[in-house]
Design a protein around this ligand. Structure first.
Ligand SMILES: [Ca+2]
Length: 296
């Protein structure tokens, strides 16, 4: 596993409780800061030791009644010695705060390119792609697009098989460096997917101007389908407008067949969720599309 780059942790000094006494009134804050610093150092150590890994969750083509896997989302995992995992919503904010996120993003993309190269070597159809989550901070790095291009060149992977999932904040960012990176990906043929659509300030009006090729419906919009009439109206309108604008639509958090059937009937292109597979470590030959059922 590729090692993370060395980080300067000299600014992170974890107080020794035997020599530093927290004032009683500020003890909760003090303890929270101390815990955050300890977690930050642990995360950095785990990355540098090569302990972090990727799990892959399948994405299926919604136009088929059987689970035709055409891609995966790569999800970063921090395993602990006891076999459990640190929840991403706990360690990603730590990485964003201590600056590690930029190195993590590049490591994930490099690893995804390695995986795509292995999938190709295993003889999988060309249509299999993998998406990777990228932070807003990464798009502000001048060398970002070049780093991705280098990973694609190194592995010989077709850029069309790589999708970068971006936040709404990234998509709306007018920063010159971010815009230049986005333009570079467009020229390269790497797709951008707007993650968590339906949360934050996501607006249908944005869809015509955003530099994206895909929107990813947040699980909060999907979880109560098809019974929740309001969500059904919003999702149906979103799929219709996005499709008319030439965007691909993927729904995440799909857990039951009734949700998948409704999404399929309403024109959603891709589906991701426990119904078709939980995120899992890659085993050799595991990331290949499922064969069609024998009776079809
Ligand atoms: Ca995502």
């Amino acid at each position: 596993m590729m090692m993370g780059r060395a980080l300067n942790l000299s600014n992170f000094v974890i107080p020794n409780t035997t020599s530093v006494e927290a004032p009683t009134q500020t003890a909760p804050v003090f303890n929270a800061v101390r815990s955050m610093m300890a977690d930050s150092a642990e995360l950095t150590r785990a990355f540098e030791n090569g302990d972090l890994l990727l799990h892959y969750q399948p994405q299926v083509d919604a136009s088929y009644c059987w689970p035709k896997v055409i891609g995966y989302e790569a999800l970063l995992r921090w395993p602990l010695p006891d076999g459990s995992f640190v929840p991403p919503d706990r360690f990603i904010p730590i990485a964003e705060n201590n600056g590690l996120v930029a190195a993590l993003d590049l490591w994930v993309i490099a690893s995804v390119c390695d995986e795509l190269a292995r999938v190709k070597a295993d003889g999988a159809p060309r249509s299999v792609g993998i998406s990777a989550n990228v932070s807003t901070a990464q798009f502000g790095q001048r060398s970002f697009a070049k780093s991705v291009a280098d990973s694609l060149t190194r592995t010989g992977v077709d850029p069309a098989h790589l999708t970068l999932e971006i936040t709404e904040r990234t998509a709306l960012d007018r920063n010159e460096v971010t815009l230049r990176n986005i333009q570079a990906f467009r020229e390269m043929g790497v797709s951008l997917s707007l993650d968590d659509f339906g949360t934050g300030y996501s607006s249908l009006l944005h869809l015509k101007t955003l530099p994206i090729q895909e929107i990813k419906l947040d699980r909060s919009l999907v979880s109560d389908l098809p019974q929740q009439q309001r969500d059904a109206v919003i999702v149906s309108a979103t799929i219709g407008l996005a499709s008319a604008l030439g965007l691909r639509v993927i729904a995440e958090g799909v857990e039951v067949a009734s949700q998948a059937n409704w999404l399929r009937e309403n024109g959603c292109h891709l589906i991701q969720g426990f119904l078709y597979g939980r995120p899992a470590a890659r085993k050799r030959d595991a990331i290949t599309p499922l064969p069609a059922p024998a009776n079809r």
